[in-house]
Design a protein around this ligand. Structure first.
Ligand code: ZN
Length: 327
């Protein structure tokens, strides 16, 4: 990918690289004197534009069809206000953060026939899950975004960390060249991908930050490997058991793929202390899946499945640890 840098952007890029390193060290090491959270992004400039020679779904296209687009650096990257926590008014109850993937100038995957966009489907599903959880009254819930806005990947799990979330679920819809591909998949974090398809998916989902004009990960394309700290193992085990639970509880209500649990180095799952999954709820590139994901009934079925899994997850924690809180 070729970037057309302006002088402003050279300085911005250097600051971003520094923040990226700070982020990596805050995760890998406990830096004395550091706040340990995500790096401060409030100081970022939003001047200028970054020009790059690739559309959003560039990997899927043959090279000769690439064209040049100009993307303004959005105000959103200057820092986000924490979202409202909804549901039962009891701070002792577990807090679930639901993340609607993509948004704003990043549409995510698009169905070529009917133009349905991943960012709209993920928001509707996230809101349906929120409503279901509020209705059941057993947990507290917050959405990383409740409208059509862009957030960088670090901001998404950063919100969960700042709120002290006990579980993080990032909602997405998959896409494949093969229009027959359908069904849901649950991804959990791993340094290496479980298979080539998982590696390609990670490259595609991690590209949300590149669409923002600057690659905060400091890595390009499919190279985005992630180092996992030993302290993260417990979260990874909890994430994997939630992935299995999600399939068990939701599969009576919605279709899953036969190998439904995969591993990949997904930036949005990097919070070291919060069990996190990325839920590819189906294929927006498949006609039946796209209709299901876009329908009120489909969204409600997904929401009921996710809510059931969340309730069993915290009931198990309560039984094992005597507390539903993060341990
Ligand atoms: Zn996505």
């Amino acid at each position: 990918m070729k970037f057309g840098w302006t002088a402003d952007h050279h300085a911005l890029h250097k600051r971003r690289m520094f923040q990226s390193l700070a982020l990596a060290s805050s995760i890998l090491f406990s830096v004395p004197g550091s706040t340990g959270g995500i790096p401060n992004v409030d100081a970022l400039s939003d001047r200028g534009v970054v020009r790059f020679d690739a559309p959003a779904d560039m990997a899927a296209r043959p090279r000769k069809r690439l064209h040049s687009i100009t993307v303004p650096i959005p105000a959103a990257s200057r820092g986000v206000a924490l979202p409202r926590v909804e549901g039962v008014n009891d701070g002792a109850r577990p807090l679930v953060v639901i993340d609607a993937g993509h948004g704003g100038h990043d549409p995510g995957a698009i169905n070529k026939e009917n133009g349905r966009r991943e960012k709209d489907v993920t928001l509707a599903i996230a809101q349906a899950i929120r409503d279901q959880l509020v209705k059941s009254g057993r947990v507290r819930v917050a959405l990383t975004r409740n409208d059509d806005r862009f957030l960088i990947l670090e901001e998404r799990y950063g919100i969960a960390r700042k709120l002290g979330a006990d579980l993080f679920i990032s909602i997405h819809a998959d896409a494949a060249d093969n229009a027959e591909a359908h069904g849901a998949t649950v991804y959990t974090l791993s340094e290496t991908a479980s298979d080539r398809e998982a590696a390609r998916l990670a490259a595609r989902e991690n590209r949300a930050d590149i669409i923002n004009g600057v690659n905060l990960g400091g890595q390009s394309g499919d190279v985005s490997s992630i180092l996992i700290d030993l302290t993260q193992r417990e979260s990874l085990n909890a994430s994997a058991s939630f992935a299995r639970l999600l399939q068990r509880e939701a599969s009576p209500l919605m279709p899953f793929r036969s190998s439904y649990h995969r591993f990949a180095s997904l930036i949005v799952l990097k919070a070291p202390d919060i069990p996190s999954v990325l839920f590819e709820t189906g294929y927006i590139s498949n006609g039946d899946d796209a209709a299901f994901l876009s329908s009120r009934e489909g969204q409600d079925r997904i929401a009921r499945g996710v809510a059931r899994a969340i309730e069993v997850h915290f009931a198990r924690q309560l039984a094992t640890h005597g507390t539903a809180a993060r341990n």
